[in-house]
Design a protein. Structure first.
Length: 505
């Protein structure tokens, strides 16, 4: 599922949010950005709302969407784990990079398209003709995601056997991995379109509708899992089919909602265009998502191939631990991604006090989530792990893997917050370095750790990599503080809008 887009809370001002002048108010040349900050509007949350309320407004929808993505994995692992077959869990773990591929395809069109739609919605307040372009962007994004997804799915099915080998499947895991990956590849266009539509609905500011769609998809996924895996005994193929059909229902919901309620978005093929005015900004933003997802896929492939050398048990244990740690990790990502518009607006306005308060509040929230969840999971680690794996010999190994994953989660949370700060301040180079460093650093570390320390080195390689990335981020942040301070000194309410748009890109 998705890594959601921070542009979703882009402040737009409609007539209901625009304060009206009374008879005693002198005429002014035009409203300033803060003049539109009616209590409860998106602009108010960015400009003047108490930091806790602003964080809740910006971060909860983002975290909810990400948590639903984690629940997909946990539900599948739990149902498959109830069959007490480590080979099946290993097959799902090996096939997980395919979901990363889907996220990459959907992210190119969904993230890029939703960002452009948000900007066009804002521009249409001053130039209503801009709204007409939204139909072209929406149609290009959805159909583009579906077409590219279909092409990749066909190629993947034609090369299924070598693809499964590249994913790390050997021996007994090959048939189950092939079944899981084969069904997943058949649904790539559906999954990519679903991910893209989620972003487009969010660009409309309909956070509640996005949560309804994703929660409904999770419930459908659970029902399908029970039917296909426990009743019909279709194994991992049933797990993949559950995900595909659940996302097909999500598409129906999102398309229905957009058709009935969206004033500007249209998904009709007649609005599809290959105009550079649409393709360039969509791909300009989306390619960054593709590169980041590409690093994640490579990381997963390297880790899976090395872990497979230790047998199905350790591979299954690693897959379960990753899924458990995803729940708090996605909560933290909801904070670090959701706070970006608030940081960008505060920097652009030159409001140093609000910028500092936003950073402090976000850091405390990240630390609090990590502390609470890590404590709960560590205390009840055997009970949590045994819910997914029945082999008692794997409990000690599972506890070690979960500990390593939780430490990685803490480092990754603060790394994400530093990255958002760089993006908000328009510091593209350090932000890009932060996004790519993990993939660059991880591969040599995991190879050497596996060579020197065996399975323990493999388990802790990601933790060491995340720690190094965090250290690099802190060093770059300290080096950039002077420039950030100078940028704050040049801030103005008008520049806040410009910087916010730049941060989204």
């Amino acid at each position: 599922m998705s890594t959601s887009n921070p542009t979703t809370d882009t402040p737009t001002t409609d007539t209901a949010d625009t304060p009206t002048a009374d008879a005693h108010t002198p005429a002014t040349p035009g409203p300033t950005p803060d003049a539109a900050a009616t209590v409860g509007s998106n602009r108010w949350y960015l400009a003047t709302a108490p930091i806790p309320r602003a964080l809740v407004h910006l971060c909860v929808p983002m975290a909810a969407a990400l948590i639903v993505s984690a629940l997909y994995n946990v539900i599948n692992a739990g149902v498959i784990g109830s069959l007490h077959d480590a080979t099946l869990l290993a097959a799902v773990t090996l096939g997980s990079p395919i979901l990363g591929l889907v996220m990459a395809v959907g992210g190119v069109f969904g993230t890029g398209g939703s960002a452009l739609i948000s900007r066009l919605l804002g521009a249409s307040e001053h130039d209503p003709a801009k709204a007409a372009d939204i139909k072209h962007v929406a149609s290009f994004s959805v159909w583009g995601a579906g077409i590219v997804g279909a092409a990749l799915g066909v190629v993947g099915l034609l090369l299924l056997r070598p693809l499964v080998t590249v994913l790390g499947a050997h021996g007994a895991t090959v048939p189950d991995t092939s079944a899981f990956v084969g069904v997943m590849l058949a649904f790539v266009p559906v999954l990519a379109a679903s991910f893209c539509l989620e972003q487009l609905v969010r660009a409309e500011g309909a956070a509640r509708q996005v949560m309804i769609g994703l929660i409904g998809s999770t419930v459908a996924n659970l029902v399908f899992d029970v039917l296909f895996i426990l009743v019909l005994h279709w194994g991992v193929a049933g797990a993949a089919l559950s995900v595909g059909l659940a996302n097909a229902l999500t598409i129906v919901y999102f398309v229905t909602w957009l058709t009935r309620h969206s004033e500007h978005v249209s998904l009709a093929p007649k609005w599809f265009t290959l105009s550079p005015a649409v393709m360039k900004p969509v791909f300009g933003i989306g390619v960054g998502e593709l590169l980041q997802a590409g690093f994640l896929i490579v990381t997963s492939l390297v880790l899976n191939n090395m872990a497979a050398g230790y047998g199905d048990g350790p591979l299954a244990a690693m897959g379960v631990a990753v899924r458990i740690a995803q729940v708090p990790e996605f909560l933290i990502m909801g904070v670090t991604l959701g706070v970006l518009p608030l940081l960008a607006y505060s920097f652009g306005k030159g409001d140093a006090a609000r910028l500092s308060a936003s950073l402090r509040g976000s850091a405390l929230t990240v630390g609090g989530i990590a502390l609470v969840f890590s404590t709960i999971v560590f205390v009840f680690r055997d009970q949590v792990f045994s819910a997914f794996v029945s082999d008692r010999s794997l409990l000690a190994l599972g506890a070690t893997i979960i500990t390593a994953q939780l430490v990685s989660m803490v480092c990754n949370g603060f790394t994400g917050l530093i990255t958002s700060m760089f993006q908000a301040a328009g510091r593209a180079l350090p932000a890009t370095i932060m996004s790519m460093t993990q993939g660059v650093v991880f591969i040599p570390i995991v190879i050497l750790a596996n060579l020197w320390f065996g399975l323990d080195g493999l388990i802790w390689a990601l933790t060491v990599s995340e720690g190094l990335v965090l250290v690099a981020g802190i060093v770059m942040w300290l080096a950039a503080r002077g420039g950030i301070a100078r940028g704050l000194a040049e801030g103005s309410p008008e520049r806040a809008e410009e910087v916010l748009e730049g941060a989204e890109a």
